[in-house]
Design a protein around this ligand. Sequence first.
Ligand SMILES: Cc1cc2nc3c(=O)[nH]c(=O)nc-3n(C[C@H](O)[C@H](O)[C@H](O)COP(=O)(O)OP(=O)(O)OC[C@H]3O[C@@H](n4cnc5c(N)ncnc54)[C@H](O)[C@@H]3O)c2cc1C
Length: 381
Amino acid sequence: MNPIIIIGSGLAGYNTAKELRKLDTATPLLIIANDSSPFYSKPMLSNALTSKKTPEAIALNTPEQMATQLNATVRAHTRVDAIDTAAHTLRIGDETLAYSKLVLALGADQIRLQINGSGADNILTVNDLDDYARFRSTIAGKKRIAIIGAGLIGCEFANDLATGGYGVDIIDIAPQALGRLLPPEGGALLQARLAALGVQWHLGTSVQTVDRAENGYAVKLANGNVLRVDVVLSAVGLKPRTALAAAAGIQVKRGIVANRHLETSAPDVYTLGDCAEIEGLVMPYVMPIMHATRALAQTLAGKRTAVTFPAMPVMVKTPACPTIVSPPATGAAGTWQVEATADGVKSLFIAADGKLLGFALNGTATAERAKLAAQLPPVLA
Ligand SMILES: Cc1cc2nc3c(=O)[nH]c(=O)nc-3n(C[C@H](O)[C@H](O)[C@H](O)COP(=O)(O)OP(=O)(O)OC[C@H]3O[C@@H](n4cnc5c(N)ncnc54)[C@H](O)[C@@H]3O)c2cc1C
């Protein structure tokens, strides 16, 4: 019998395997990934300094331990080059492997902005544990770091680095932090709290060039300022990895298109995680992955199962200003109602009929998280 093959050893790939093994201990299982394939929790990467975790300590299990635990074969550092959906095979270099069912858990790439300058090639991104190990060794003994992007990952790194004693400059073209997730009042509180830790904000401007300078880099901003830093980290968003699927003729839009059964347009090929667009939704967070793995495992074990997504608030790991967001669905009609105190901002996105469609809570307002989450509509019923 040909194995079930999972491409990807991130939270989506490994957790699908874990859930499958609860239902089916026997079907041959092969996990292939082109990174070093430890089992780890990616969200830990942006608060590892504060939690005093080295890259080695973040890796919870080696690929060998995962293989034993899952009764599976794990092939790390192995890139899948092509898929033949008609033949039910995939290609790795000159090698062809047959699958019974295939799971695409390919993740997403960090978007790289077009930035000129002699130091532009040295701009770092952190999207997996290997990247993080590189980042940690690069910042050792350094003092000042520029972060491009004041979204969730940029703000989390800003908090972590500032707490760890680094000087931080954070740059975003938007006029506020977390502009896609929070109304301005919430952004302002987060900015003030991080500024109190020493974070310098450069909002409403962009990076024009990054040039090598003595002992570091000169980062030139569109507003004319030039920042002198030791390291530049970019965190401007993610792009689902769709190329492998697209080349195989599998339908892709923003992500690899899947229905609520996590089925792609090709027979016996499924997708989930950061690479997937499930019923039109791209949700690059842990909770959607956990819901999807449980449904997909049922399907792989023979019981075709649809995924449902409840409301899934995301905690932004900025302890300087605790923040929890549950943004309204794209295009939802409603208005933000904001109550701000000195220590907290409660922002509720309310429809014309009074129903709560989303929220963003900062500081002391996060205490209301559970009560408000219970009122939210499901993301996918
Ligand atoms: C710094 C950081 C902090 C985060 N914090 C949070 C948080 O607090 N809360 C939250 O909910 N989410 C958070 N996220 C998002 C969350 O971590 C991701 O949604 C999740 O880890 C994605 O898992 P994945 O398995 O889909 O993708 P990945 O972990 O990216 O795994 C993709 C896998 O596919 C493999 N692969 C890709 N292409 C190929 C190929 N052609 N051949 C072989 N292998 C291939 C890769 O090698 C990798 O093993 C954070 C993300 C980052 C980067």
